[in-house]
Design a protein around this ligand. Structure first.
Ligand code: NOJ
Ligand code: CA
Length: 705
């Protein structure tokens, strides 16, 4: 075995001199990508940054089922090159305009099949100043139409034993804390599978990790491996071969073990490697969005950034219930809601919802999410049933017409909730009726969820079939002018550019885990490097009473200070931002709540001022259509001293500045709600020195005078 590995490696390195190497350079000339074929016709690529290798020679190709594989025996037919430079305007985002500038090289390869007929495959590379995207394309052709992927074998050969920020490869969930280790330590540090409240978990390998995978080399280069525009294809994981230091694609299978059914003409998603010399540049990157197709919706006027509250956290902490009764029903038909005894703790009851509506409206929110409004919650979790919810029948104590009218009369909307419990077919059957009901009552946003094993049995959350389902729902929702925020769905790959009604996803460990034992204090200073590369996260920040036992029977602590929670409205970019705590908890800290009232969630400009994965992130953002700026800084359990130079402000202008800062003795474990608010007038060039406590953060509003 060892002998074989050495021989293969020798062959790969020898290959460079055999054929003509095709070289592609980034617009700024710093990144260079080389494509080559080995002696046996295996496609390979490698990448240099500032003349130093960042991706060593890596093989490309796919293994097919019951057909000759697309791994070797290729000849280069032709190479075409082009350049692209365009600036586009997202419907919502961190910036009002985004530059999409790359050099492209499409390598057309041919390979004889078992009968000697030629098959064509194109490998298309787009090289940006901050990374590469490449994909496989199969044009329509006579001898190659239908094929089944056994495995994609795209390699990412590392040039060293880099530091990695990773979560275990899993076909069903991303709801993990990150591990920070050398690549060589992944096997040893692979966490044991924990019970997850939310979804089934299917870990497939001792050295499998998920994308987006953030890496840092010993030379201080930041690498990030992910994918863009995953459509009609399975989500990619990476499996590490520690001996060769090579990460290889590992697709999510279907119930039969197949990894994708394709029909030419078609293509894979883009495989991406981001390369930057600073961490702030990694956060600035728009590589994933740029590789997605432009917006497909003609009218986007109905899509809007949304700040919302929810009848939610009280259920998550265990104080109230989604279910109306304590019955343990086995199907919807066996529940007689008219005669059933309410359990007395149903959260989505008329009075409670009205209380939240009043508070949300008084404080300027756009929407109120209500979970547990519909029948079926008595028996929804952990069953592989093909029915559970119908998404249209309210519980008896939730007057859907009255509550929507009440909300509208106060200038806000209710936000719909569709928990599918993983029963995708059931959801698809009810989808049109469910969205039509939303239209009837004036809902324009839905939080959907995919808790539990996928139904039919054996399909996975990240497989091709489920991925197609999520996109189907987004497209159908667009027809009804509905914005979608899907939890437990596949990890995002920038499709929100094409379908901007996809305003959020969870697809990572969200705030809910702070009520299930807590998350690592560094969690939120990794997510922007990883999960957020593919699109915004509905992280649900804003928990003010972080010691939950102060108000409910839950022993968990939220592992940040109160100011750390405020910072998340800036550092965790999303056009959909929740204030997740309860009205009574906000009333206790009304002066700090002012920041949540003030903060925007759509931006003309964003500047990452300082960052280091798992340590700290500080960002300044200019609120869309205004001259107001907001700055947020979040750090890990070590604390951090930030020096913020207000260089981004307009010259000659004065700003009312409110600073929400951890008190000198604040500490996420010992003293989480100690904060100091100061007000002053500032101008361009002024400097703010802001100390962040352990697990802390800060938030600043700068209102133009
Ligand atoms: C998991 C989601 O992440 C959470 O927000 C939701 O409340 C529950 N599922 C129930 O749908
Ligand atoms: Ca979840």
């Amino acid at each position: 075995m060892k002998h074989f590995i050495l021989t293969a490696a020798a062959l790969l390195s020898a290959s460079a001199s055999l054929g003509a190497t095709e070289v592609l350079t980034s617009p700024d000339g710093r990144l260079q990508l080389s494509f080559d074929l080995t002696a046996d016709g295996t496609p390979t690529y490698k990448m240099d940054y500032n003349n130093k290798p960042v991706i060593a020679t890596s093989r490309l190709g796919l293994e097919l089922k019951n057909q000759k594989s697309l791994l070797d025996g290729f000849k280069m037919e032709r190479v075409s090159r082009s350049s692209f430079d365009e600036t586009w305007q997202p419907v919502w985002g961190e910036q009002s305009s985004i530059r999409n500038h790359y050099n492209e090289m499409a390598v057309c390869l041919s390979q004889p099949d078992d009968n000697g007929h030629l098959r064509e495959m194109i490998v298309r590379f787009r090289l940006y100043d901050d990374g590469v995207g490449f994909r496989y394309e199969w044009p329509a052709q006579d001898n190659f139409t239908y094929f089944t992927i056994k495995e994609e074998r795209t390699e990412f050969a590392m040039t060293g034993d880099h530091t990695a920020y990773w979560i275990p490869g899993d076909y069903d969930t991303q709801e993990y804390d990150y591990t920070i280790s050398r690549l060589s330590e992944v096997r040893e540090k692979m966490p044991a599978v924990k019970f997850s409240y939310n979804v089934s978990s299917t870990v497939f390998s001792d050295t499998g990790v998920q994308t987006s995978l953030q890496l840092k080399t010993d030379d201080g280069i930041y690498l990030n491996i992910h994918e863009a525009a995953c459509v009609d294809y399975s989500t990619m994981h990476l499996n590490l071969d520690e001996k060769r230091m090579v990460l290889t694609s590992w697709l999510t299978p279907d119930a039969r073990g197949d990894k994708g059914y394709l029909m030419a003409s078609c293509h894979s998603p883009w495989r991406t490697v981001m390369v930057t010399s600073t961490a702030t540049a990694a956060l600035d990157s728009k590589l994933i969005l740029n590789l997605n197709e432009p917006c497909k919706l003609e009218d986007t006027s109905w899509i809007h950034p949304t700040k919302y509250m929810g009848v939610w956290w009280e259920m998550i902490v265990g104080k109230s219930s989604w279910a109306y009764s304590n019955a343990s029903a086995v199907n919807l038909d066996s529940i007689d809601y008219k005669t059933m005894k309410p359990n007395g703790i149903h959260g989505a009851n008329n009075d409670n919802v009205k209380r939240y509506i009043d508070f949300a409206a008084e404080n300027g929110f756009d929407q109120l999410l209500v979970e547990g409004w519909n029948i079926g919650w008595e028996d929804w979790f952990g069953h592989e049933k093909d029915y559970v919810f119908d998404f249209v029948t309210p519980n008896p104590d939730f007057d859907i017409a009255m509550l929507n009218d009440y909300a509208h009369s106060k200038g806000i909307k209710l936000m719909m909730h569709h928990e599918t419990s993983g029963s995708l077919r059931n959801y698809e059957r009810h989808l049109d009726a469910a969205y039509s009901l939303m239209n009837k009552y004036g809902y324009d946003a839905v939080k959907s969820g995919y808790v539990g094993n996928m139904v039919p049995r054996g399909e996975y959350h990240y497989g091709q079939w489920a991925n197609n389902h999520y996109l189907y729902c987004i497209k159908e929702a667009a027809k009804h002018h509905i914005m979608v925020n899907a939890h437990e769905a596949t990890r995002p790959t920038g499709l929100c550019r094409t379908w901007p009604n996809l305003v959020g996803n969870e697809s990572a460990r969200g705030t809910e885990y702070e009520a299930f034992g807590g998350s690592e204090p560094y969690h939120t200073v990794i997510l922007p490097f990883t999960r957020l590369q593919g699109g915004p996260m509905d992280y649900t920040p804003g928990i003010f009473v972080t010691k939950l036992s102060e108000w409910c029977n839950n022993k968990s602590n939220v592992n940040t200070t109160l100011c750390g929670q405020l910072a998340l409205y800036l550092t965790m970019y999303s056009p959909l931002q929740m204030a997740a705590d309860l009205p009574e908890n906000y009333e206790k800290y009304d002066d700090a709540f002012q920041f949540i009232r003030d903060v925007a969630c759509d931006w003309d400009d964003s500047r990452y001022l300082e960052a280091e994965p798992a340590k700290y992130i500080t960002v300044a953002r200019k609120a869309k259509g205004t001259d107001n700026w907001f700055v947020g800084g979040k750090c890990d359990a070590e604390g951090h001293q930030s020096v913020v130079r207000l260089d981004f402000l307009d010259k000659g202008r004065k700003y009312d500045c409110a600073i929400y800062q951890d008190a000198p003795d604040a500490d996420y474990e010992k003293n989480p709600s100690a904060y100091v608010i100061t007000h002053r007038t500032v101008k361009k060039g002024d400097v703010l020195k802001l100390k962040q406590a352990r697990g802390g953060g800060f938030a600043v509003s700068l209102m133009a005078k």
